[in-house]
Design a protein around this ligand. Structure first.
Ligand SMILES: [Zn+2]
Length: 198
């Protein structure tokens, strides 16, 4: 609890300063918080509202697909997801996968592992339940990139990282923007819709 509050304060102290926008630093592996399990939100209050704003603004600023509260140092079960076609991120509170079906190979990255990507297996589709920012309960069926994002972000809430799903070192590779690939590194398609940094 103490470390969490401390991190919150640290993060709050580094907001971008732009009125109404709260971009906070994204914690990178191997930060210990990324391996901890987030706690359920019991009721919506100002701190959760603030967390939702921080997640949304930071996700937009980082141009990612998803962001979990652990990644900004808060151990609460809150995530934000924004698909390329979405105008703004959607915040999900206490999201839980209640069913998953099928398998597909995807390329995946994570904002807590800059430049690192992996080939892993995710579900074809998932059923998710949880709560929105207005405390309204929801159930939805997600497929493709949205299903992948839910699996990735809910993993974060449980202290699980995408690298845990990589079966061998050959399925893990680096790709820095604008950097020439070293011999033996796999090429990542520039416009791959399968590639998600979350
Ligand atoms: Zn991630």
């Amino acid at each position: 609890m103490e470390i969490q509050e401390l991190l919150c304060e640290a993060a709050a102290g580094q907001t971008s300063g732009v009125l109404g926008v709260s971009v906070v630093p994204v914690l990178e592996y191997p930060h210990i918080i990324l391996r901890q399990k987030a706690k359920k939100v019991r009721r919506m209050d100002r701190s959760i509202d603030r967390l939702a704003d921080d997640l949304s603004d930071t996700l937009v600023s980082a141009s990612g697909v998803g962001l979990a509260a652990n990644q900004i140092g808060v151990l609460r079960r809150v995530i934000a997801i924004q698909l390329p076609e979405d105008e703004e991120p959607t915040v999900y509170i206490n999201p839980e996968i209640i069913h998953r079906e099928g398998q597909r190979e995807v390329q995946e990255g994570c904002l807590s592992f800059p430049g690192l990507y992996g080939n892993i297996t995710r579900s074809l589709w998932v059923k998710v339940k949880g709560m929105d920012r207005k405390s309204k309960l929801f159930r939805l069926r997600a497929e493709g990139l949205l299903a992948q994002a839910f699996e990735h972000e809910i993993d974060h809430l449980n202290g699980i990282l995408f690298v845990d799903h990589v079966k061998s070192h050959e399925d893990l590779y680096r790709h820095e923007p604008g950097e020439e690939h070293e011999e033996g590194y796999e090429d990542v398609p520039e416009e791959s819709s399968e590639m998600a940094t979350a």
